[in-house]
Design a protein around this ligand. Structure first.
Ligand code: HEC
Length: 132
């Protein structure tokens, strides 16, 4: 339980409450994972160098290596899709690749981040950020 307040330091006063709230929010975003600035930097450069070649810089599935794929990567600006998919599923596909989720094998697992859930969660944040 990395996100639970430690039992020997009970929350006291408004400051502690605010801290607790912040922690809960941070946890909620990444599904129990706290995302650090370093995680966000790694995710951003990985996205720009790798993911965007298929998914496109604007997340529309129109990167140079994505445009000819069948099926093509989907358009992440599509609000209906964004609402239909859970954070959990987005993270799972990024970590394990498309095949276990019944998607294209062109979507490869990102094994280099298998032990870095913060980077996976930060990549999922980027995917969410394309929602219009
Ligand atoms: C070689 C091209 C390619 C690269 C590189 C790539 N993807 Fe994908 N990605 C795909 C394809 C193709 C699909 C699945 C489309 C389908 O089956 O509907 C997909 C699916 C996904 C999905 C699931 C979306 C859905 O429809 O549920 C996510 C999330 C995703 N990719 C994130 C990423 C991230 C993050 C990276 C970089 C770490 C990345 N992809 C790199 C081609 C790629």
């Amino acid at each position: 339980m990395p996100c639970a307040p430690s039992p020997d330091r009970p929350a006291r006063g408004p400051a502690a409450l605010a801290l607790l709230l912040l922690l809960v929010l941070a946890c909620d975003q990444g599904g129990g994972v706290v995302i650090t600035d370093g995680d966000r930097r790694s995710a951003r450069s990985h996205f720009d160098e790798y993911c965007s070649t298929c998914h496109g810089e604007g997340g529309k599935g129109d990167g140079p290596a994505g445009i000819g794929l069948k099926p093509r990567p989907r358009n992440w600006t599509d609000r209906e899709w964004q609402e239909s998919v859970s954070d959990r599923r987005i993270r799972d596909v990024i970590r394990e690749g498309g095949v276990p989720a019944g998607l294209s094998a062109e979507m490869k697992p990102n094994v280099e981040f298998a032990e870095e859930p913060g980077v996976i969660a930060a990549l999922a944040e980027i995917v969410r950020g394309f929602r219009r």
